[in-house]
Design a binder for this molecule. Structure first.
Ligand SMILES: Cc1cc2nc3c(=O)[nH]c(=O)nc-3n(C[C@H](O)[C@H](O)[C@H](O)COP(=O)(O)OP(=O)(O)OC[C@H]3O[C@@H](n4cnc5c(N)ncnc54)[C@H](O)[C@@H]3O)c2cc1C
Length: 276
């Protein structure tokens, strides 16, 4: 296998909160590959890179500090953007890579895998089917790529994003998604907060877990059409507990999970395995 090199550079780092950043990465001397919106890339840095001050004790420190620590990250930028890729990354405090990534500054070098992968894309969804994109936390990243790419085209479908977060400060794409919601009748953005009671400025939006938005029938109210397996595909990304709950709800309504072997009507990207 070819040796890993620090083949890319941090071009922009936008801090959403101390534990959450948007990171734009530029390839140094090579071209980004084509990708489908919803796919992920691999980021890595050597174990010698320092972890963020906000991190806690590292759960599994790398055995060889000179080796690269690498993980998958969904691409948030449009597939039409050729100059950089954007990632939306949260810090897992005991983690190995995310505290090192959060500590990067503009100009720092990192590894970006030369191939982007994944089947969590809209390409399997019939063009006239609506798509409901449900996320917790950084799980909104692949949807940003889908929306930023699709919105420039003439759409035959309606798109909705349900985004669950702790507090409003964790809704890193709030203004962009709110603007799209204001501009397009075919696009619905519904953020919901699990800790709305801790907001400094009173929150007038939805509260509770994101799965409640589905149960409460917000889509039918907004679009006048009930989402069914005959007219809609649902995407789930982020927290494994949300994915488990939503899977139960969707299967109860006749949706079938899409896999490599089986064409289905809901799609899952799980960022990590449940910790119980
Ligand atoms: C296809 C795919 C796409 C992904 N896209 C993104 C993305 O866009 N943005 C993003 O921030 N992350 C994303 N992730 C998660 C990412 O790959 C890492 O798992 C995450 O950054 C933690 O890595 P770490 O090295 O810091 O923690 P590790 O050292 O791997 O883990 C430390 C501990 O934390 C637990 N853990 C791991 N991940 C999480 C988590 N997310 N939340 C809570 N506990 C966790 C582990 O089980 C372990 O006990 C994606 C994962 C996959 C599989």
């Amino acid at each position: 296998m070819a040796e890993k090199v620090l083949n890319s550079i941090v071009a922009q780092r936008i801090e959403i909160s101390p534990n959450l950043i948007k990171l734009r990465v530029v390839p140094d001397g090579w071209e980004l590959p084509e990708f489908k919106p919803g796919q992920f890339g691999t980021l890595g840095v050597p174990g010698t890179y320092p972890r963020s001050d906000g991190a806690t004790e590292e759960e599994s420190p790398p055995k060889d500090l000179n080796k690269f620590v690498m993980r998958a990250y969904s691409i948030a930028s449009s597939s039409r953007t050729k100059e950089y890729v954007e990632f939306y990354i949260g810090m897992v405090h005991s983690g190995s890579l995310s505290p090192r990534i959060l500590n990067l500054k503009v100009g720092d070098r990192l590894f970006l895998g030369p191939k982007f992968k994944g089947m969590f894309t809209l390409s399997q969804v019939p063009e006239d089917f609506n798509a409901v994109l449900i996320a917790t936390g950084t799980g909104v990243a692949p949807y940003m790529s889908m929306i930023r790419t699709e919105i420039a085209q003439k759409l035959n479908r309606k798109l909705a994003v349900f985004h669950g977060a702790y507090q409003s400060g964790d809704l890193g794409y709030h203004s962009e998604l709110s603007t799209l919601d204001d501009m397009s009748e075919d696009f619905l953005y519904l953020p919901t907060l699990s800790h709305a009671h801790e907001e400094v400025t009173p929150w007038n939006g939805q509260e509770g877990f994101v799965q409640k938005l589905w149960e409460d029938g917000h889509l039918e109210k907004a679009w006048g059409v009930k989402p069914t397996p005959e007219n809609t595909n649902v995407f789930l990304c982020g927290n494994p507990f949300m994915i488990k709950d939503m899977t139960t709800l969707l299967e109860g309504e006749g949706f079938i999970r899409h896999t490599k072997k089986q064409h289905g009507t809901f799609h899952i990207e799980q960022y990590y395995v449940k910790l119980d």
